[in-house]
Design a protein around this ligand. Structure first.
Ligand SMILES: [Cu+2]
Length: 189
């Protein structure tokens, strides 16, 4: 009887050890993107944290005549396709990332600014540089229904204008035209 008890205990310990090492793997998931647009470059970095939220940092530098000093909207968009040459640059990235149950990726629809991929604005200074750092609990980097690495991937988009975070606002109020884009990639450790 004592033997069975010990065996059960060992099995339990083994199972918990296995599951916690899996959790550690997903906690350490990291992502990056090289952001580029006409006269603008930058980086997007993300890491899944201990509590499941995702740390995000975006750095930009550009010609201040191109990327105007002030606030610019940043969102994660629904497809990993950045095409600057289109009539509407980077429209290939689709709408805002929003795979949730009420999801609609249209920037001008009532779900904005609560799309899962909506992020904080970035402030660009007078010499054309800016940094934005935030946490989001709206998406994951590891495998989940809200993972950025879904079948068509995701991209980060920098907008010409500030995102005024208005529900049901116009396209301009949600940041307007797209100035730069970066395909989000998993960082293999
Ligand atoms: Cu956007």
């Amino acid at each position: 009887m004592k033997f069975i008890y010990h065996l059960a205990l060992i099995l339990l310990l083994l199972i918990s050890a296995c599951s916690s090492s899996e959790e550690n793997v997903s906690k350490n998931v990291q992502a990056k993107a090289a952001i580029a647009g006409s006269g603008i470059t930058g980086t997007f970095k993300a890491m899944q944290t201990e509590n499941g939220s995702v740390w995000v940092a975006v750095e930009l530098q550009g010609d201040p005549k191109v990327i105007k000093p002030g606030l610019h909207g940043i969102h994660i968009h629904e497809k990993a396709v950045c095409e600057p040459q289109l009539e509407k640059p980077f429209s290939s990235a689709g709408g805002h990332f929003d795979p949730g149950p009420f999801g609609s990726s249209t920037p001008v629809e009532k779900n904005h600014p609560y799309h899962l991929g909506d992020l904080q604005n970035i402030e660009i200074n007078v010499v054309g540089k800016g940094r934005m750092e935030t946490f989001s609990s709206s998406f994951t980097l590891s495998n989940s229904p809200t993972s950025l690495f879904d079948s068509d991937g995701s991209a980060v988009i920098i907008h010409k204008l500030v995102d005024q975070k208005k529900a049901g606002g116009t396209a301009d109020e949600a940041g307007g035209g797209r100035q730069a884009c970066g395909v989000i990639q998993l960082v293999k450790s």
